[in-house]
Design a protein around this ligand. Structure first.
Ligand SMILES: C[S@@+](CC[C@H](N)C(=O)[O-])C[C@H]1O[C@@H](n2cnc3c(N)ncnc32)[C@H](O)[C@@H]1O
Length: 251
C-alpha cells in the first residue's frame, strides 16, 4: 500500500437499478463519472461503465449464482484499501444497495475502518421488475401492502429467516428475489401453509433488459410454466391479486 497519500478517499455505494441504463439515477451517474475506482457487479447496468473517466480502475467483483465469485470479505478489503490510497471508490451494484444487496455490510466494514462512506439509492428490481411487467405492487381496493423476501433457500430450509407462515396468510403482494432454483418448493411451501393455489402469480426474468421475459400463471401452475419457458436468473416472482391486473402499455 502507498504510504505517501495523506488524504483518505471515500466509498460511494451506488444503486444502478435493474439493468437498463435509463434507470440509473442522475446522482449515481455523477458518482460514476467522478470515480477513480469502480467495483461492479454483473447485475449493475454495465453499459454505464462507458461513462467513467479515462484512467479509471474498473474491477469486476461480479457474483454469478454458482459461478465466479469474489468473497464479500475480499470486496470489503478492496473498498477499504483503495479508499485508503485517497481514491473515490464507487461500489456499483444492481438495483438498490440495501435491498438484499449486502450494501449495509460494505457500509459497516468501511465505517469500522474509518472510511467516509455514503449511499446513492437505486431503483430496486423488486419494484421495477413487476412494474415493467405491468404489475403494480399495490392497487387501491385490491392490495395495500407488499413484502419482498429472499428465496435463496426454500421455506423449509433452516437458513431461511422468512416467516413463510405469515406470508401465506397475508393479503399483500409477495415479491421473491433469488428464488428461481427453489420456485417449486417455494410455491408448494406457500400453499401447504394456506395460500390459495389459484392466487395469480408471475415470474419476471431479466426485467428492464432487452430480453425480458414474463410468465404468468397461478401459484399452483407457475413452477411448471417457468420450467417450460426455461426461465433463468436474474428473475423474480410476484404473487398476489395485483398480478391479474396485467397493465399493458397504451399508445
Ligand atoms: C442479490 S439480489 C440483489 C437485488 C438488488 N439489490 C435489487 O434491489 O434489485 C439479486 C436478485 O435480484 C433480482 N433481480 C435483479 N435484477 C433483476 C432483473 N433485471 N430482472 C429480474 N430480477 C432481477 C433477482 O431475483 C436476483 O436473483
Amino acid at each position: 500500500m502507498d504510504t505517501d497519500t495523506p488524504t483518505t478517499g471515500q466509498v460511494i455505494l451506488v444503486g444502478g437499478g435493474p439493468g437498463d441504463p435509463d434507470l440509473l439515477t442522475i446522482g449515481g451517474l455523477r458518482a460514476l463519472r467522478e470515480a477513480d475506482v469502480v467495483l461492479y457487479d454483473h447485475l449493475a447496468p454495465l453499459a454505464c461503465l462507458d461513462q467513467t473517466r479515462p484512467g479509471v480502475t474498473l474491477i469486476d467483483v461480479g457474483k454469478i449464482p454458482r459461478g465466479c465469485q469474489t468473497a464479500q470479505t475480499d470486496i470489503n478489503a478492496l473498498l477499504i484499501d483503495h479508499a485508503r490510497r485517497g481514491r473515490t471508490v464507487v461500489r456499483f451494484k444492481g438495483g438498490d444497495p440495501f435491498v438484499l444487496g449486502r450494501g449495509s455490510e460494505e457500509w459497516l466494514a468501511c465505517a469500522e475502518a474509518g472510511i467516509p462512506i455514503r449511499v446513492i439509492p437505486g431503483v430496486s428490481s423488486a419494484i421495477a421488475g413487476p412494474e415493467l411487467a405491468g404489475i403494480p405492487l399495490t392497487h387501491r381496493g385490491i392490495t395495500q401492502n407488499f413484502s419482498v423476501v429472499s428465496g435463496h433457500v426454500g421455506p423449509d430450509h433452516p437458513a431461511s429467516t422468512v416467516n413463510w407462515d405469515a406470508l401465506a396468510q397475508s393479503t399483500g403482494t409477495i415479491v421473491i428475489l433469488m428464488g428461481v432454483a427453489h420456485l417449486p418448493e417455494i410455491c408448494t411451501g406457500l400453499t401447504s401453509r394456506g395460500l390459495d393455489g389459484d392466487t395469480p402469480a408471475a415470474i419476471v426474468a431479466k426485467a428492464a433488459l432487452p430480453d425480458q421475459q414474463v410468465v404468468r400463471g397461478t401459484v399452483a401452475t407457475l413452477p411448471a410454466l417457468a420450467d417450460a419457458a426455461d426461465i433463468q436468473p436474474p428473475a423474480l416472482t410476484v404473487i398476489g391479486a395485483v398480478v391479474a391486473l396485467g397493465l399493458a402499455p397504451v399508445g
